[in-house]
Write a protein that binds this ligand. Structure first.
Ligand code: FES
Ligand code: FES
Length: 155
């Protein structure tokens, strides 16, 4: 079946199987490699993308459900001021080790910042990121990086 959506600002029309997940369409057919494959059951967050501005696990979205939607990934979002601040802060705070989880964290943190730019508390950030797992960093540095980016954006 044919599905069309906007991917990173460009219209895409693509043939997919009705049971194909967005993760596979993005990675295997459209070459979007920032979207990582992890648990494939909605638990780890490495496949997170924005769908109509909201973070979703692309392994849990059937591609036909994305018909007409706007999908954004780090490849596109990295041009935004908030994402630049997040990336700089992740590097500065050593919040990246293997880096496998990083695109998912950046997408989720960006959505958090956009949803509630002023007045995000540390608790909001902890809660907002709880759907993204990292096997390397122990989370403390990721948390510091996001809060630091937030502080910079607010000043
Ligand atoms: S691969 Fe999608 S949530 Fe883990
Ligand atoms: S930096 Fe390796 S999984 Fe997070």
């Amino acid at each position: 079946m044919k599905v069309s959506f906007k991917l990173n600002g460009k219209n895409v029309v693509i043939d997919v199987n009705p049971n194909e997940v967005l993760l596979d369409t993005l990675r295997l057919k459209l070459g979007v490699k920032s979207v990582k494959r992890g648990c494939e059951r909605g638990e780890c967050g490495v496949c997170t993308v924005l769908m109509n501005g909201k973070p979703v696990y692309s392994c849990m979205v059937l591609t036909p459900q994305a018909d007409g939607a706007e999908i954004e990934t780090v490849e596109y979002l990295q041009g935004k001021e908030e994402v630049k601040a997040l990336i700089d802060s992740f590097v500065k705070h050593g919040a990246i080790q293997c880096g496998y989880c990083t695109p998912g964290f950046i997408v989720t943190a960006y959505a958090l910042i956009k949803a509630k730019q002023n007045g995000l508390t540390k608790e909001d950030v902890i809660k907002g990121l709880e759907g993204n797992l990292c096997r390397c960093t122990g989370y403390k540095k990721i948390l510091e990086a996001v809060i630091n980016a937030l502080n910079q954006l607010e000043t």
